[in-house]
Design a protein around this ligand. Structure first.
Ligand code: GTP
Ligand code: MG
Length: 459
């Protein structure tokens, strides 16, 4: 990424396409000068605005002029450094929406001395100018991408600094331990005293415990970010496609009384109570001589093995023996931790069979609502989000935390080996570095480029 903080950058910040308004953003030391060249307060003659004399956070009506003709009527929002998103002088031009108008305005700005912003460059500047830390910058990207309430909650919390706080607190704890070790070094030639050693070890182990807890939240984080992969499985004709369609509220999958209707798997996403479920309808499981059906079943099995959660449908309209066999088959072949059996078509139930399985009939709305609640409950790892705890959703953060633990564990081993305090100090400093990478206290170009590459232009 060719990057210089001295350039003035510009981009259209709203998505392409028709819309009520578009926003074009300019940031950098020439943002005001460039705007003054193209913005007139009046239509008939060019009346220059003096932006240095205007207050920050004010809005101004006027016209953008190119070659003596009006391009658009616009509003300028003025943000003076350091009180702006990037920390620099920023102008946001609200123009009429539409790709043509906004494109023409952007070109006008570029012709007058600005450079087109790289993806995420506004946010990168906010980071480099100390407005936000790295984990907050990443939260901005997550916030924009969030599709559900839970994803939104997690990213807002991170943007507000929950993860930054955690990192700061634990970094301080590591600094305290390091000082203790290094202080001891200054006074004792033989390394740490026995009592101090135990104390230091205990402190390090406690920090590890806190960090591990946050690492464990990553699983919930994955659900937040990517949704729960929910597979609907069962024998042919058990009602899988019907349930799939019912949950999607569309006739996506073909439904028929013929067993073996679905031959490949189908995938669609739905949101229930703020949690995204990536639903897969599968081919009914049976042994088949038909090559295509067999291939479909093979693929379905693969989907089942990769699922986060599996609903296994058992047709209530079958006779007692078949139902008992099916329950047995399910119990034998499916992992109870991530799957549950469900008696389908309960309206067609012929005989009372004792079982404790939930029932569903698509003719009975409350039974479908029950199933939805059950699905949410089963994906309960997500609950840590609502419980106001920190949830990490970002793989980079997870790696940094794991590396921190590794270095802290090294420190404990060094103590156990009775090595000199200098070695313990090295391990602890490594731990500090890894933790600091999360918020960007320690960083390099590669980390930054990787992060901001994933942003959209204009953010
Ligand atoms: N009465 C009743 N019929 C249902 C219910 N759910 C599904 N059916 C019927 O059961 C038959 C089979 O449904 P499908 O959804 O095609 O079954 P499937 O499990 O996808 O079958 P395959 O794709 O062949 O594996 C269809 O005739 C549906 O209308 C229900 O709750 N009640
Ligand atoms: Mg089907």
């Amino acid at each position: 990424m060719n990057f210089s903080l001295t350039d003035t950058i510009a981009a259209v910040s709203t998505p392409p396409g028709e819309g009520g308004i578009a926003v074009i953003r300019i940031s950098g030391k020439n943002a005001f000068v460039i705007t003054q060249l193209i913005f007139s307060k009046t239509k008939d003659m060019f009346t220059k605005i003096n932006l240095n004399q205007e207050k920050s956070h004010t809005i101004h009506f006027g016209y953008l002029i190119s070659d003596n003709s009006v391009i658009d009527e616009v509003l300028l929002s003025v943000f003076k450094n350091p009180h702006s998103y990037t920390g620099e002088d920023v102008i946001e031009i609200s123009s009429h929406g539409g790709t043509y108008v906004s494109g023409k305005i952007l070109q006008l700005i570029l012709n007058n001395g600005a450079r087109l912003a790289e993806p995420g460059e506004f946010t990168k500047r906010a980071f480099l100018n100390g407005r936000i830390d790295l984990s907050q910058a990443e939260a901005v990207a997550d916030l924009i991408k969030s599709k559900t309430e839970t994803a939104h909650t997690a990213s807002i919390r991170q943007l507000e600094g929950s993860l930054s706080e955690f990192v700061k607190k634990n970094r301080q704890k590591i600094i305290d331990v390091t000082s203790l070790v290094e202080l001891e070094l200054d006074f004792a030639d033989e390394g740490l005293e026995f009592v101090k050693k135990d104390e230091v070890k205990k402190m390090i182990i406690n920090i590890c415990k806190d960090i591990k807890k946050i690492i464990d939240s990553y699983i919930a984080g994955k659900v937040i970010r990517e949704g729960v992969n929910l597979v609907i499985a069962g024998k042919p004709n058990s009602g899988k496609s019907s349930l799939f369609n019912f949950l999607l509220k569309s006739d996506r999958a073909i439904v028929s009384t013929v067993a073996g209707t679905t031959r490949d798997y189908l995938e669609e996403s739905i949101i229930i109570n703020g949690i995204m479920f990536n639903l897969t309808d599968t081919a009914g499981l049976r042994s088949s001589d038909d090559f295509i059906e067999s291939e479909g079943i093979h693929r379905s099995r693969k989907k089942i093995s990769q699922a986060d959660l599996i609903v296994y449908l058992i047709d209530s309209s079958m006779n007692k023996k078949d139902i008992t066999d099916e329950i047995e088959f399910f119990n034998k072949n499916f992992d109870v931790n991530k799957s549950f059996a469900l008696m389908s078509k309960s309206d067609l139930k012929k005989n009372e069979i004792k079982h404790s399985l939930p029932e569903i009939s698509l003719l009975d709305e409350p039974s479908v609502e029950n199933l939805k609640n059950l699905l949410v409950q089963k994906s309960i790892s997500v609950s840590s989000v609502s419980a106001n705890e920190i949830t990490i959703t970002n793989h980079r953060h997870k790696l940094c935390l794991e590396n921190t633990i590794k270095s802290l564990t090294d420190a404990v081993n060094t103590i156990d080996k009775n090595l000199s305090g200098e070695f313990i100090s090295v391990d602890l400093r490594n731990a500090m570095t890894h933790l600091g990478e999360i918020t960007g206290e320690v960083t390099n170009d590669e980390i930054l480029n990787n992060i901001f590459r994933n942003f959209c232009i204009g953010k």
